[in-house]
Design a protein around this ligand. Structure first.
Ligand code: AP5
Ligand code: MG
Length: 207
């Protein structure tokens, strides 16, 4: 089973994909996390990606499509993948069709003001990438690996608003794209986290 998690920045794509990966024993692939790992390693791809990420703009389609085509060739992707943050443009969605068969698109629905607030409260483990909110987790180290919890450089209000505008212009058209394919499932992403996870699990269990 291959599933796309679609939604604006801060809608909970990472939070939900990570929970479903554990429950369904599938691979969670976040293009944002992959690009941040490249930046951390100082690779050519990382340096290129950073210039776009810092502005809240999308990394060019050709770069992302190459990265994901190669990633899908790896053995651990053969069992099924939960895609978080990919595809993000119609060109990426069309390219994905020749890479993998998509069974469902989970569309997380949440308003801009809610995500600006959420992202301001987000902390991310510098070691394993686990996502927290200071509203529900008061410690400064990761529950899983004791890594330091940090603020993502693109989580300032100016960049988050730019990311939201980019989402509306370039990514929201994918709602219609996957509706037309008959596989879109919209989810109210303002539910309490565990309730929302249960709801999404219910959708995935029927596939
Ligand atoms: P990426 O890392 O994918 O960022 P994003 O899409 O902006 O999404 P976020 O990671 O900010 O949010 P999320 O939806 O994962 O929410 P989370 O679970 O953390 O991409 C970063 C950049 O990389 C892009 O701007 C672009 O430059 C580049 N990029 C990546 N992919 C690309 C692609 N395909 N093409 C081109 N460029 C690409 O949750 C947010 C917070 O809310 C957390 O604190 C969480 O605890 C909390 N939360 C979650 N759910 C709930 C809930 N139900 N109630 C209350 N709080 C909740
Ligand atoms: Mg994320």
């Amino acid at each position: 089973m291959n599933v796309v998690f679609l939604g604006p920045p801060g809608s909970g794509k990472g939070t939900m994909a990570s929970r479903m990966a554990k429950r369904c024993n599938l691979l969670h692939l976040s293009t944002g996390d992959m690009l941040r790992a490249e930046i951390k390693q100082g690779t050519e791809l990382g340096n290129l990606a950073k210039s776009f990420i810092d502005k809240g703009a999308l990394v060019p389609d050709s770069v992302i499509i190459d990265m994901m085509s190669n990633r899908f060739l790896e053995e651990d992707a053969k069992n099924g993948v939960l895609l978080d943050g990919f595809p993000r443009t119609t060109a990426q969605a069309e390219a994905l069709e020749s890479i993998a068969n998509i069974d469902s698109c989970i569309n997380l629905v949440v308003a801009a003001e809610v995500v600006v607030n959420r992202v301001a409260s987000r902390r991310v483990c510098a070691n394993c990438g686990e996502v927290y909110s200071i509203k529900t987790y008061a410690k400064s180290d990761c529950e899983k690996c004791a890594g330091e919890l940090t603020i993502r450089p693109d989580d300032n209000e100016k960049t988050i608003r730019a990311r939201f505008a980019v989402y509306e212009e370039q990514t929201a058209p994918l709602i219609e794209y996957y509706t037309d394919k008959g596989i879109l499932e919209s989810v109210d992403a303002t539910m309490p986290i565990e309730e929302e996870a249960e709801y999404i699990y219910g959708i995935l269990s029927k596939i």
